[in-house]
Design a protein around this ligand. Structure first.
Ligand SMILES: [Zn+2]
Length: 484
């Protein structure tokens, strides 16, 4: 007789320090056949459904909610998900399989996955196994460990193996059903918080931790997870953690956790992130170079959910009288203010600093209006990361190009990540002729900018994606978290 598996998904990485909430309307919701239609696609759900077909599992579809990373979620989202889960639930299923993220926070629930797993356990009873997959950026809680049997983490960051991890978890579920033996999840939460820039798996400490975890797997140890955590979610569970999924004695699982924790303590310094103090960078900026210098304002990384209007780098350029420089600031208000103004007119403007409470606020500048446009441009590189999102044309919304003391400021009405040089050339600016450009991105700009760049610096400025965790006013962490 084929196994009857109930599948559901809930996926959100909640950044509790960005302004703005995430509501039900921000989620992509799949029900019934829409879920099954994911079979074979690149998502973890697609992977497990394809595997299910090979295993000839009978699939019962619950519900699948997904949203891109953004601010604190409305409580109503959790209740909507739970109510759909309950009504879809089939009590004669043999197992539950969940596709989770693990760092979702609502207005009143800091550990959404732990809360929902506890509710599911109560609904379905102790005997039905709960398996699944989750994102390496999870803040893993004791409720998640106690109320599930085997949740498997991605092992790669960037996440090239999300689908593979989902299939691995499904394979362990096959083992569980065949052996009629369920493993237990043993959790160790460390007192270490690492910023997202410090948890790539190609570098220390994650690389060594992942490799140590692989060495501990086998026999009674079904899987070992390294959960890097998500530093921008303020919860008591935030931080690096490990789980050993084992059907062996508790003592040996704890010993594995001990080993991993010791290794993390030894290597944690490597995970601080590499943003340098702004003042140090400004001094080095004075050293002559032949060509363009990029300043990475990582705290305002547009792709990471930041507003693209933070003023940290612009302030420094002005203060240090750096000329022949350029920055793009998303500021629809300033663009509107310039709507009826003649080209060449001098205007006093409050620039940027409106999108995040972590920024110092708008910068009042005397500017000269150089040009205006509708902000639409054809991509120069049709194979870029940006092309994969927008196609052939990008739309920055209405734009105004202004100058203040040798610094070009491109004011846009739509947040536009710096992934194509057409952003500048369409506005009459040749980026290759500039000395300094501020980049509000971490990785995906490289294809466009690397060919014209002589050197670059990662700088520590205020903003919601800063690697300097001391900049955030945490309220919910456990005591004694490193490096705070
Ligand atoms: Zn992730």
């Amino acid at each position: 007789m084929s196994q009857r598996i109930f599948i559901a998904g809930l996926f959100h990485e909640t950044h509790t320090f960005v302004d703005g909430k995430t509501s039900l309307a921000d989620f992509q919701i799949r029900r019934g056949e829409e879920m099954l239609a994911c079979e074979g696609d690149a998502s973890p759900l697609g992977g497990v459904l394809e595997y299910a077909k090979k295993q000839e599992w009978e699939i019962f579809h619950g519900i699948d909610y997904r949203a891109t990373p953004s601010g604190t979620v409305d409580d109503g989202v959790v209740e909507a998900w739970w109510s759909e889960f309950k009504s879809a639930w089939q009590p004669d299923c043999d197992a539950v399989y969940l596709v989770l993220h693990g760092a979702m926070v609502t207005e009143t629930i800091r550990d959404v996955e732990g809360e929902l797993l506890a509710r599911i356990r109560k609904l379905i009873g102790e005997d039905i196994p709960i398996f699944g997959v989750y994102d390496l950026h999870a803040n893993f809680s004791f409720s998640m460990a106690a109320n599930s049997d085997c949740l498997v983490a991605y092992r790669e960051n960037p996440h090239s193996d999300a689908r593979e991890a989902a299939v691995r978890a499904a394979g362990l579920l096959v083992r569980c059903l065949a052996e009629s033996a369920c493993p237990k999840m043993y959790l160790r939460q460390t007192r270490i918080i690492l910023p997202p820039t410090g948890v790539g798996t190609a570098d220390a400490p994650m690389r060594s931790l992942e490799s140590a975890a692989r060495g501990l797997e086998g026999g009674e140890v079904w899987a070992v997870n390294i959960a890097a955590g998500f530093a921008f979610a303020d919860t008591p569970d935030t931080g690096l953690s490990f789980q050993v999924i084992s059907s062996g004695p508790a003592g040996s699982a704890e010993q594995c956790l001990e080993e991993l924790e010791q290794l993390a303590e030894d290597l944690k310094e490597h995970g601080r992130g590499k943003d340098e103090a702004l003042e140090d960078v400004m001094v080095r900026l004075r050293e002559p170079t032949d060509g363009l210098t990029l300043l990475f304002e990582l705290a305002d990384n547009i792709g990471g959910g930041a507003p693209g209007d933070c003023t940290g780098c612009l302030r420094a350029l002005i203060e240090h009288e750096i000329e022949n420089a350029a920055i793009c600031i998303n500021d629809p208000e300033a663009v509107t203010q310039l709507a009826g103004v003649g080209i060449g007119t001098k205007v006093s403007l409050g620039v940027g600093g409106k999108g995040s409470q972590l920024d110092e606020g708008p910068l009042n500048l005397e500017t000269e209006l150089l040009s205006r446009s509708n902000g639409r441009f054809e991509l120069e590189d049709k194979q870029s990361h940006m092309a994969s999102m927008v196609g052939d044309f990008a739309d920055m919304g209405d734009c105004a190009l202004v100058r203040h003391a040798g610094i070009l400021i491109l004011l846009t009405s739509n947040k536009t990540a710096p992934f194509d040089l057409g952003q500048w050339r369409s506005q009459g600016v040749d980026p290759a002729q500039l000395d300094v450009i501020v980049i509000k991105a971490a990785v995906a700009h490289k294809r466009a900018y690397d060919p014209i760049t002589a050197r670059s610096f990662w700088v520590d400025t205020p903003g919601p994606c800063s690697s300097n965790l001391k900049r955030f006013a945490y309220e919910h962490l456990r005591d004694g978290m490193w490096p705070l």
